[in-house]
Design a protein around this ligand. Structure first.
Ligand code: AHR
Length: 505
């Protein structure tokens, strides 16, 4: 007999608004993300600025909101001034983070052009590894001051008459990681973040600032890092960052499919650490989370190892994971977790956008295609509107090696008061069984199924290629129907499911 998972949709139980910034991504000068990724003058699809229009189109199709730039580990050794002015006069530099070379053909002005073309909001990171307060201020002046000063006039000379007007700024990257250039203790970083943030706000009081949280929840200093850093900079920042990457351990698909259990726990732990500082400071302001790196990433695979020795290539093949159906289901489930925490996760970035652990892939100078993970992201980004609802799931469970007993089904729902539409996003983590989703529509009487899709495949190891990126994509799920105020839908094993309901008015 098919098992059943139940939940209830009631617009009275709101977690918080769906935030566009939940659907951000990340472009780092890493591997082929920039060179032959967003920028590839040799590609037939390149526009007048050398940007790939196919990548721009797919970025729009994904519904990407913010894009974090230029790193990542790269930013901790970056001199932003190398990337401005006449392109043929720019220096080539060693990128120590990824043992590569950067010819600086793309810098802040090019990125801002790309941002406009792709309809995305920039989220700029400053280098707090090899640099400090002054260089962060110079970059802010270059980007956000109208004119009449050294750096703002340089920007105008370089062709950008109007300020770039960048709202979100990251104060460094993963400064707790021993791999980070200029890694620091929590006290050292917290003080530097406070000094940098307060000086940046003196120049532009309206910017939003992200302090570095831990680079992973398994870091030995996790929790204590957040507490110490925020103790120093609580008054000066708006967000603390969170980063998490998941992968399937050989033969442990069950735990991998439950990765969102870990993300839920991670978010709740960072919230607890931030609120503990708030309590100690007897303040009212809340620090929210910028989950500005998350994805599936097979870090142990050969392609994740940077070049070595005398080999310092430009745009090498690095971190080019090929995603399968199970990876897509996990990405969908991680989005469910981010949405479920919309009260405290106010921004998030799928790391990264193109070629490097990415939903979009390109051939240098050639074709491009959508990975399996493209689909859940695009659907959630396009369809989640209005408010996120608390849905109280009752699901059968299964035992995992990493997380103990976990629910087979995970889900979230959104409700748009304007259109009256409800969207249910759900995953079935069972490796073998269909599960019936049974939704009590008590708060939205009269709705009907407008659209229902599932993404699955009998072979969950199937991956897209340049020759075939359509065999696995969301397809209509004819089993979804509404009767007597309840929605039922069959969800295949290892599947991502979306059901849009409406039409009650
Ligand atoms: O996204 C890839 C890398 O992962 C980033 O450069 C770094 O911040 C993280 O460790």
């Amino acid at each position: 007999m098919t098992s059943k998972a139940s939940l209830a949709v009631d617009p009275a139980f709101v977690v918080g608004p769906v935030r566009r910034r939940t659907f951000g991504s990340f472009v780092e000068h890493l591997g082929r993300c920039v060179y032959t990724g967003i920028y590839d003058p040799e590609a037939p699809t390149a526009d007048e600025d050398g940007f790939r229009s196919d990548v721009i189109d797919m970025t729009r199709e994904l519904g990407i909101s913010t894009v974090r730039y230029p790193g990542g580990n790269f930013v901790s050794g970056y001199r932003w001034e190398d990337g401005i002015g006449p392109v043929d006069e720019r220096p080539t530099r060693l990128d120590l983070a990824w043992h590569s070379s950067d010819p600086n053909k793309v810098g802040v002005d090019e990125f801002m052009k790309w941002s406009k073309k792709s309809g995305t909001e920039p989220m700029m990171a400053v280098n707090l590894g090899t640099r400090g307060v002054q260089e962060a201020l110079d970059l802010l002046e270059y980007c956000n001051i109208k004119g009449g000063t050294y750096w703002s006039d340089k920007r105008r000379e370089n062709g950008a008459e109007e300020p770039h007007d960048i709202r979100m700024w990251c104060l460094g990257n993963e400064m707790d990681g021993p791999w980070q250039i200029g890694a620091m203790t929590a006290d050292e970083y917290g003080r530097l973040a406070a000094r940098t943030a307060s000086a940046m706000r003196m120049m532009d009081p309206d910017i939003e600032l992200v302090a570095c949280g831990s680079s992973a929840s398994m870091m030995p200093t996790f929790g204590e890092w957040e507490r110490t850093v925020l103790n120093h900079c609580y008054e000066h920042v708006d967000y603390i960052s969170a980063h998490a990457y998941y992968f399937e351990d050989e033969g442990d698909l069950g735990s991998f499919l439950a990765s969102a259990v870990d993300m839920d726990h991670f978010v709740e732990s960072v919230v607890a650490a931030a609120d503990q500082v708030r309590a100690a400071k007897k303040g009212t302001k809340r620090i929210n989370i910028s989950f500005d790196e998350w994805n599936v990433w097979y870090q142990q695979r050969a392609e994740s190892k940077p070049p070595t020795g005398d080999d310092w290539p430009v745009g090498p093949v690095l971190l080019e994971d090929r995603y399968n159906v199970a990876d897509a289901v996990v990405v969908g489930n991680l989005l469910i977790s981010l949405l479920r925490h919309t009260d405290r996760v106010h921004a998030a970035s799928l790391a990264q956008l193109v070629n490097v652990i990415a939903p979009i892939m390109t051939e240098p100078g050639g074709r491009s295609w959508r990975q399996t993970t493209f689909h859940p992201f695009a659907q959630a980004s396009q369809l989640a509107k209005g408010d996120v609802l608390r849905v109280a799931i009752e699901s059968p469970t299964y035992e995992t090696k990493k997380f103990g007993e976990v629910p087979v089904v995970d889900a979230v729902a959104t409700y748009d008061a304007e259109s009256g539409e409800v969207v249910v996003f759900a995953v079935n983590r069972s490796l073998t069984e269909d599960v019936t989703l049974d939704v009590d529509l008590r708060g939205v009487a009269g709705v009907e199924v407008l659209e229902a899709t599932s993404l699955s495949h009998p072979d969950h190891t199937w991956s897209a290629t340049a020759d075939d990126d359509t065999t696995v994509a969301p397809v209509a799920n004819a089993s979804a129907s509404v009767a007597d105020g309840r929605l039922t839908a069959a969800m295949p094993p290892v599947s991502w499911n979306v059901i849009r309901l409406g039409g009650a008015r």
